[in-house]
Design a protein around this ligand. Structure first.
Ligand code: ZN
Length: 313
């Protein structure tokens, strides 16, 4: 059994998206039911990220726009991205919670970690909130590893059913962060075609695996065997970050895919193997998972269980 750290905090429930929104606080309560069954998980305490940290990837104006919502009742950044008066606190804590998970793995306080913040992050762009996401949590975490720890090869693997347009854009022309995504395509947000492979120094360090609707475990397994694993073995990542959305689960109301618990286990197993081989060795695998989407409560629970069964044992 590995020492697995988790970030779960009731302050993530303060991000109120309003009645009927799929990205609702109830998602985290469903996940809590899973976490509460295992007393061996190590509860890490999130901190608020600083404006300087968030400023590594976001414009000052966007950070100010998020901060301002603390004084608002309820509103929208875009058509599907609402906020309430608690959203700013949740958003700063979401980024900082992931940074705490990364730092805890880095210092070997834990062997690996899974952070469960709200709001999610991978659609957030430099200058704006988008697609339920306020700040791009995982992009800040990758920058943290590059800037604060001096890493030269950080892999981000995005298993959410939607393409992480924001994350891809931040690192599109860089080779120190390799962005890999499996997603339904064409689908929201429109990006993520196979020919989007990076530019300049980053050419070849963006890998998109678009799948038709109703993609299943076999399709994903083939993608891992033929594309993702060879790319990761060649890159030899020093740290693996995973955008763990569970909206590709067969029960999900938005995703339209057929991934089962077994499929999520396959992904986690392969990514943990890569991390163990290149990012840790005898000192533990440097891998951190962070929640993105996933809108069926049972689907979320099965997805989280799948990852924890692999990384925690
Ligand atoms: Zn999604």
């Amino acid at each position: 059994m590995s020492k697995t750290g988790i970030i779960w905090d009731s302050r993530f429930l303060k991000h109120d998206t309003g009645k009927g929104h799929p990205e609702c606080p109830r998602r985290l309560l469903a996940i809590k039911e899973v976490l509460d069954t295992d007393s061996t998980l190590i509860r890490l305490v999130p901190r608020a990220a600083t404006e300087e940290e968030i400023g590594w990837v976001h414009s000052k104006e966007h950070i100010e726009n998020v901060k301002k919502t603390a004084n608002a009742d309820h509103g929208y950044f875009d058509l599907d991205t609402p906020f309430g008066s608690g959203s700013s606190e949740s958003a700063f804590l979401a980024v900082g919670g992931l940074l705490e998970a990364v730092e805890s793995v880095w210092t070997k306080k834990v062997d690996n970690a899974f952070a469960f913040p709200r709001p999610p992050g991978h659609h957030a762009e430099s200058t704006r909130a988008m697609g339920f996401c306020l700040f791009n949590n995982i992009a800040v975490a990758a920058e943290y590893l590059v800037r604060q720890k001096g890493l030269k090869r950080v892999a981000i693997v995005d298993i959410d059913v939607h393409h992480g347009n924001g994350t891809q854009h931040f690192f599109y022309d860089r080779d120190d962060v390799f962005y890999i995504s499996t997603h339904r395509f064409p689908f929201y947000p429109g990006t993520g075609a196979a020919h989007e492979t990076g530019e300049g120094k980053g050419k070849g360090y963006t890998l998109n695996l678009p799948f038709d609707a109703l993609g299943d475990d076999d399709d994903y397994k083939k993608g891992y065997d033929e594309k993702i694993l060879p790319a990761l073995h060649e890159y030899r990542p020093e740290f693996v970050l995973v955008s763990a959305g569970f909206d590709a689960h067969k029960r999900d109301p938005l995703g339209g895919m057929k991934i089962t618990k077994g499929g999520f286990k396959m992904m986690a197993r392969n990514l943990l193997d890569v991390a163990q081989k290149y990012a840790g060795g005898a000192t533990g695998a440097k891998i951190v998972f962070v929640l993105e989407g996933g809108y069926d409560m049972k689907g979320l629970q099965e997805g989280v269980e799948a990852i924890l069964e692999v990384i925690h044992g």
